[in-house]
Design a protein around this ligand. Structure first.
Ligand SMILES: [Zn+2]
Length: 267
């Protein structure tokens, strides 16, 4: 009998708490290296922060960013970048938008399908604190229209970004890839301050990333080189600007685009 038990035991490994700790550590390491908040499957508790006091337009806690996600033959991942035309009110030329308009008018059905893929997509970004990892500080969280609409509806009920009387958001992510779904809820315990200590809160609000920077776009020339499959010399730039990483100064828009998206996926 003892032998039988031994042989059964050899067939499975114990799922102990150490493994769970390792999972959490790994998630935290990933979160730390990422310039933006990326949701893991399951529940994430976030506290969205309000607009900076200096905001000139009607203050809102988020900013809209238009992005291209373009498949390039020979490249494994899509080339992702902010649209220089839409993010700067059309003042900057965008090779992707130009190409899209041209293909849209094509008599060829396939060309018109490609045009759809070239169209810029809307993304919204807001500053959030991740409750599970407050030590990571306030980071931009990019999200899509469905979450944006849910948050707009929630604002009717409560000013959730109020640092004192607001409420934590509970975002539940389920499914994968195109089937990914998000549910937006609020803390069942009710409203709570961002943090109990006022001095700490002031520090936190002062250190909020400038969301306008998230809309920084590459130049037409940079886009051309990305679409030609020539990776921007990002490794070299990173080496040169490595010590300034996070601060952002001295780095090009393309660096920031890559930091936010493609680079993170590769890490
Ligand atoms: Zn564009």
């Amino acid at each position: 009998m003892a032998n039988e038990t031994d042989s059964t035991l050899a067939l499975y490994a114990d799922f102990d708490l150490k493994a769970l700790d390792e999972d959490i550590d790994e998630a935290k390491r990933n979160a730390k290296s990422s310039a933006v908040v990326k949701l893991e499957p399951g529940k994430t508790v976030l506290r969205m922060l309000p607009a900076r006091a200096s905001a000139s337009h009607a203050p809102r806690p988020w900013r809209t960013v238009w992005k291209h996600f373009i498949s390039v033959p020979g490249l494994e991942r899509k080339v992702i970048f902010n649209c220089p035309s839409l993010n700067s009110n059309g003042k900057q030329p965008c090779p992707a938008c130009t190409m899209q308009r041209r293909k849209e008018q094509s008599a060829n059905q396939i060309e018109r399908e490609i045009a759809k893929d070239l169209a810029p997509q809307r993304e919204v970004v807001a500053n959030v604190l991740q409750r599970a990892a407050p030590e990571l500080g306030v980071k931009p969280w990019p999200f899509k229209t469905t979450i944006h609409k849910a948050l707009q509806a929630l604002r009717d009920d409560i000013n959730f970004v109020d640092p004192i009387r607001g409420i934590d958001l509970i975002i539940t992510k389920t499914g994968k890839d195109l089937e990914t779904k998000y549910n937006v809820g609020t803390d069942p315990k009710g409203p709570s301050p961002v943090c109990a200590d006022n001095a700490q809160l002031a520090e936190l609000l002062k250190a909020m990333p400038d969301l306008d920077r998230y809309a920084d776009s590459p130049t037409a020339a940079e886009i051309e080189s990305m679409l030609a499959g020539e990776r921007p010399a990002r490794e070299q730039r990173r080496g040169a600007a490595g010590e300034r990483r996070g601060g952002g100064s001295g780095r090009t828009a393309a660096d920031r685009v890559y930091d936010g998206k493609v680079a993170d996926d590769e890490d």
